[in-house]
Design a protein around this ligand. Structure first.
Ligand code: PGA
Length: 251
């Protein structure tokens, strides 16, 4: 049985102080949610304050990005060991915004995932097609290519520590969610691809859906067989909305 994982991706929102205020409002709302993993990825500048505020709770800290090298002349970058020292348990890599706006490719994402695992940080590896690719019937090809490329350095024995996030680019921040059936179709395909890459371990890999997840659509998404969680942008900025998402209800 895969443990559901609900993650907040705050993107470039919230100062350290605002992150603390969020946690104060959020933690009491999820205090009894002990059958799910809840993760918050604030901007780098709020990691430390959030780490303090989350201490003693079961909510895990995550970063939104990382550089694959441990140190060196990489102005503006953050190393896996720095995130480990702050208590990050997860880190998002290969988000479509990083791929599209900052030119990150699968090979770079693969190096990040491997570097994180070496620090015992679980990578949340994002994949997903654009609207143009979906309309050209290329969804499966694109997602397969991203998975093979981005997971290329993950050894079979570590596969269970990886989280995959399927985020169709056309659904991110647009209010246009994939229907549960459309999402499940791609999630099942991702599972098949993971079986090919990792064998039996694929069964334990959690696959999140991301793209306009809200309190009013999370239940139907989470009811799908291969949807094991959500990666949430906009709706995760509000403590009440994200708490409702983390406490989704399936029949
Ligand atoms: P959204 O973002 O929930 O605002 O669509 C999701 C994401 O980009 O991870």
């Amino acid at each position: 049985m895969r443990r559901p994982i609900l993650a907040a991706n705050w993107k470039m929102h919230k100062t350290a102080e605002e992150a603390r205020a969020f946690a104060d409002a959020f933690l009491p709302r999820v205090a009894d949610a002990d059958d799910v993993d809840i993760v918050i990825a604030p901007p780098f500048t709020a990691l430390e304050s959030l780490a303090w505020t989350l201490r003693g709770s079961s909510v895990a800290l995550a970063a939104q990005n990382v550089h694959p090298e441990e140190k060196g002349a990489f102005t503006g970058e953050i190393a896996p060991g720095m995130l480990q020292a702050l208590g990050c348990r997860y880190t998002i890599v290969g988000h479509s915004e990083r791929r599209a706006l900052f030119g990150e490719d699968d090979a770079f994402v693969a190096r990040k995932a491997a570097a994180l695992l070496a620090r015992d940080i679980r990578p949340i590896v994002c994949v997903g097609e654009t609207l143009e690719q979906r309309e050209a019937d290329r969804t499966f090809d694109v997602v397969r290519g991203q998975l093979e490329g981005s997971l290329a350095s993950v050894p079979k024995a570590r596969a269970e520590q990886v989280v995959v996030a399927y985020e169709p680019v056309w659904a991110i921040g647009t209010g246009r969610t994939a229907t549960p059936e459309t999402a499940q179709e791609v999630h099942a395909f991702i599972r098949e691809t993971l079986v090919r890459l990792f064998g039996e371990a694929a069964d334990s890999v959690r696959i999140q859906y991301g793209g306009s997840v809200k309190p009013d659509n999370v239940d139907a998404l989470m009811a799908q067989a291969d949807i094991d969680g959500a990666l949430v942008g906009g709706a995760s900025l509000d403590p009440e909305a994200f708490a409702r998402i983390a406490r989704f209800e399936t029949p």
